[in-house]
Each structure stands twice: as structure tokens, then as C-alpha cells.
Design a protein around this ligand. Structure first.
Ligand code: XMP
Length: 512
């Protein structure tokens, strides 16, 4: 399998380079610059891409590309800071320019290069974001593209197959950028482009078998896409050695438990323990209203129940988790010096050590939409694969303040009506996440001839690519009016509906 190594110098958009490369059928990994040398030796890539980054080559102690990479003879593409350090390290020079360039710019193609294969015209729209710029090329390089403020906007040493671009080909604002990256990986580096979900699935199954041997694996199912995909993949790999545990916390959406049990136990024939622990959870949450405390109680109760159920079936050697690539990328942090930050959200954190288990994380190299594609490859129903994300603490964080079973019931009904309308209007797949919130506020209303004093229901719907930032969804007034009428008519306990038009930031997606 062909591989591309992406050396990360801390750009906000390094992940997008990986996305584009994988979309063109080539496997790649992102590695921080300070561990790139070892990764290069281990990975044996076909080519290397150097990312952008916030530093200035003119500063002291700036990050550098490992010499072993520059001397390897492999094709290299430097993007923005990557281009600058490439030039500085190979004998050219970089200056801090007064004419900074941020945003859209036009690239004049001034020289022929395979980088531009299949792209029409001599003017290409690109996205710039730089203060520094190259002002003296290393030996062997020539200019193949210029922009108004960057005379060396695209450079190439066609003999050594080393390229540099001042702009960002990985962002959508460079419409031909994906083609340029594909030209680099396919035409210049000769990658075959045969990485696909089918190939990933076969490799993942072989890897799981090699890791697990004849050991027993336990997998927590939440009903979410990631754990579902992991469960089905493991079942294909090791069959009866896998047991899944689904803990019903009492804070699931309407019909959720039936769907999970129906799909995994009945459809896929996967061994599944279904534990209804709703009374235990609700008891522990009684009179608790602080959001952080709710999360902590739910997290630790979840681990207790999971452990009890795992012990009841005789324990396991491995714990399978749906950790994704964005959770494990060691992104370069410049704010706290040359340290490396690792993000991780392990929903059952602490369990593996407590139960002396090793982790199996078969989708840790994938992005969310790749996991969805793998789910399709594995035959998971479309409706499951395309599900909106649902938080571990469930409806508990959609009922600000104290949680009661009465409130949970009201919220489930309102949420069902809302999502029903979203589906009926064909909007479900356009939205990252949509849900109802039950506010701890009662207001006065009038229904028929009677006065009512009932709860307020908040509706939330956002578009997003990764949940880190989000925009509220622009429903039509007609749609909002219809949902409001249906909720008030059909859900006893709610007499007022409001729509949340806060983006993230400054809001968060969930209300708690
Ligand atoms: P926020 O509310 O932080 O949410 O904008 C971003 C994404 O994360 C989900 N979320 C959680 N997921 N445990 C989870 O497993 C949690 O405690 C939690 N809080 C938020 C949220 O649904 C959204 O997709």
C-alpha cells in the first residue's frame, strides 16, 4: 500500500491535507515535525508533504523538516511554512514581507509543471495566508507560478521532484487544490490510488486477528456510529470471541434501546448483553442540577455497570473502542513551547487499567465520514450510518437542571416529533445534529379555554464538519411553525417552543 507522510508544522488546516490525500485513494498519516524522522523510517512513504504552520523561518529555533527527508530523494511538497522551511534548509532564503497576503488570490501559472496537470487556464484561484515569503530560490528550483504579492508562489525542482507552494491547496477556497495534491501523489510520486474502504476493511480484520489471537474482546455499544462500526468489524474478524455490552442509562432517545438490540442481536447475530440500568442512573442523579456533576456521575456509574456486566460474562482480555483519528492526532502546540498535545475522549476511560484489559481501536486511523463509509462497506443500514452524533450523557445534558423521569418522557416525545418533521422535510442529512431541549422554565399559555403553565421546549439544529465549530441551521418559518404546533398539540407538558440561533462559538452545540 502506498503511503504519504504529512509532516505537521502546526497549521490549523493540516487535517485537510490528509482528507484530500485520502479522498484521492492514497493512505497518509500526519506526524508532528519533532517526531517525523522516526515516523519516516518506520512508515517508508512514497512521498512527503510539509504542512503550513504559524512560525516564521526568520525566528530562532524554528521547526525544521528532518534532513533525512530532504536527502531521501523522495518527492516532497512544501505548503506555506513547509515551502519556506524547505527553501531555507536547501540554501534559498525567506524574507518577512510588508505585503502580507490573506485570503483569495490569483496564481499566474508561469511554467509547465505536472503539479498543474489537467487544470485549465493560466490563472488559478488560490487561498493565501502568509506574512513571510521566499525571496531567493535554492539551486535547481524554478518559479512555476506567481501571485501579486508572492513572486515565488509555486516553485519546482523537477529533477529532484521537490515542490513548494505559498498558498493552501488543501482548502476549498483553492478550487483546483485537490487536483494539485492528486497530481503530486499520483503523477509525481506515482501512487496507485488503490486505498479504499474495502482495502481498509480487509487490513483491519487481519490486524484485529493478529492483535487479539484467541483472546476475548468486549465492546461497549452506545448506538452511535463509531462503536457500531467497531462492533460489526470485530464481529467479522473474530466472531464469537466478541461480546458487546449496551447499557441503557435511562437517558436514551425514544426507541433507541430497541433499535440497538434489534440490529446487533437479531440482524447481525452479535452476542449482546443489554443492561437496563435506568433506575440506578436516575437514582444517582436525583436532585443533581450541576452539569459537570451530572457528567461525572453518569461517567462513573457507566463504568461501574459496564465492569459488573463484563465480570458477569467472565471478563475479557481486550476492550474495543471507537476512537477516531482526530482524537489521536498529536497536533503540534506552539502556545506552550515545543510540547505536544494529545487529545483523547475515551468514553470508558479508566476501565482498561481497572480491569487489566488492552485496547483494540480499529478505526483510530479514520475520520468520521470514513467511519461512515466503512459502516456502509460492512452492511450497516443507511439509517444507522448516517445518524447524528449523540452525547454519552444522553438526554441528561438536554434537560438543564434536575432530571426526572417525567421530564425525560416529555423530552423524548418532543424530540421524536422534531426529528420526524426534519426527516419528512428531507433535511436530516443536511444537518450535523438536531435535538430538542427541555428548559427548566414554565410559562403561561392558553389552550382551548384553559390557562396552562407548562415547560418551554428549545429546538437546536446545527451544521458542522467536526463539531468543533457550528452554525445554526436556517429552517424556514413555515417549518418552525409546523414543528411548534405539532409539539404543543402532541406533547403534554410543553406549551411554548423556541428555536436556538446561536452559533458555536460563542455557544456550544449542547446546552450543558
Ligand atoms: P459541544 O456541546 O461541546 O458539543 O459543542 C460538541 C459535540 O460533542 C458532543 N458532546 C458530547 N459527547 N460526551 C460525549 O460523548 C459528552 O459529555 C458530550 N458533550 C458534548 C455534542 O453532542 C456534539 O456533537
Amino acid at each position: 500500500m502506498d503511503r504519504i507522510l504529512i509532516v505537521d508544522f502546526g497549521s490549523q488546516v493540516t487535517q485537510l491535507i490528509a482528507r484530500r490525500v485520502r479522498e484521492s485513494g492514497v493512505y497518509c498519516e500526519i506526524v508532528p515535525f519533532n517526531s517525523a524522522e522516526k515516523a519516516f523510517e518506520d512508515m517508508q512513504p512514497k512521498a512527503v508533504i510539509l504542512s503550513g504552520g504559524p512560525n516564521s523561518v526568520a525566528d530562532i529555533d524554528t521547526p525544521r523538516a528532518p534532513d533525512i527527508i530532504l536527502a531521501s530523494g523522495l518527492p516532497i511538497l512544501g505548503i506555506c511554512y513547509g515551502q519556506q522551511t524547505l527553501c531555507a534548509q536547501l540554501g534559498g532564503s525567506v524574507e518577512q514581507s510588508d505585503e502580507r497576503e490573506f485570503g483569495r488570490a490569483m496564481l499566474d501559472v508561469t511554467g509547465a509543471s505536472p503539479l498543474f496537470d489537467g487544470i485549465d487556464g493560466d490563472e488559478i484561484q488560490v487561498w493565501m495566508s502568509h506574512g513571510d515569503r521566499v525571496n531567493n530560490l535554492p539551486d535547481g528550483f524554478s518559479v512555476v507560478g506567481t501571485s501579486e504579492n508572492a513572486p515565488f508562489a509555486a516553485i519546482a525542482d523537477e529533477v529532484r521532484k521537490i515542490y513548494g507552494v505559498q498558498f493552501h491547496p488543501e482548502v476549498v477556497h483553492t478550487p483546483d487544490g485537490a487536483k494539485m495534491l492528486e497530481n503530486f501523489t499520483h503523477v509525481i510520486a506515482g501512487c496507485k490510488g488503490d486505498w479504499s474502504m474495502a482495502a481498509f476493511r480487509d487490513k483491519a480484520i487481519a490486524d484485529i486477528r493478529a492483535q487479539v489471537g484467541d483472546g476475548r474482546v468486549i465492546c461497549g455499544l452506545s448506538g452511535g456510529v463509531d462503536s457500531s462500526v467497531v462492533a460489526v468489524l470485530l464481529h467479522e474478524a473474530i466472531g464469537e470471541q466478541l461480546t458487546c455490552v449496551y447499557v441503557d442509562t435511562g437517558m436514551m432517545r425514544a426507541g433507541e434501546s430497541e433499535q440497538v438490540v434489534g440490529l446487533f442481536r437479531d440482524h447481525f447475530n452479535i452476542k449482546l448483553v443489554h443492561k437496563d440500568a435506568s433506575e440506578l442512573f436516575l437514582g444517582k442523579l436525583d436532585s443533581v442540577s450541576d452539569p459537570e456533576q451530572k457528567r461525572k456521575i453518569i461517567g462513573s456509574t457507566f463504568i461501574d455497570v459496564f465492569e459488573e456486566e463484563a465480570n458477569a460474562i467472565g471478563g475479557a482480555d481486550f476492550l474495543a473502542q471507537g476512537t477516531l483519528y482526530p482524537d489521536v492526532i498529536e497536533s503540534v502546540s506552539f502556545t506552550g513551547g515545543p510540547s505536544v498535545t494529545i487529545k483523547s475522549h475515551h468514553n470508558v476511560g479508566g476501565l482498561p487499567e481497572r480491569m487489566n484489559m488492552q485496547l483494540v481501536e480499529p478505526v483510530r486511523e479514520l475520520f468520521k465520514d470514513e467511519v461512515r463509509a466503512l459502516g456502509q462497506e460492512l452492511g450497516l443500514p443507511e439509517a444507522f450510518v448516517g445518524r447524528h452524533p449523540f452525547p454519552g450523557p444522553g438526554l441528561a445534558i438536554r434537560i438543564p437542571g434536575e432530571i426526572t423521569s417525567e421530564k425525560l418522557e416529555i423530552l423524548r416525545k418532543a424530540d421524536t416529533v422534531y426529528l420526524d418533521e426534519i426527516r419528512n422535510h428531507g433535511l436530516y442529512d443536511e444537518i450535523w445534529q438536531a435535538f430538542a431541549v427541555l428548559l427548566p422554565v414554565r410559562t403561561v399559555g392558553v389552550m382551548g379555554d384553559s390557562r396552562t403553565y407548562d415547560y418551554v421546549c428549545g429546538l437546536r439544529a446545527v451544521t458542522s464538519t467536526d463539531g468543533m465549530t457550528a452554525d445554526y441551521f436556517p429552517f424556514s418559518h413555515e417549518f418552525l411553525g409546523r414543528v411548534s404546533t405539532r409539539i404543543i398539540n402532541e406533547v403534554r407538558g410543553i406549551n411554548r417552543v423556541v428555536y436556538d440561533i446561536t452559533s458555536k462559538p460563542p455557544g456550544t452545540i449542547e446546552w450543558e
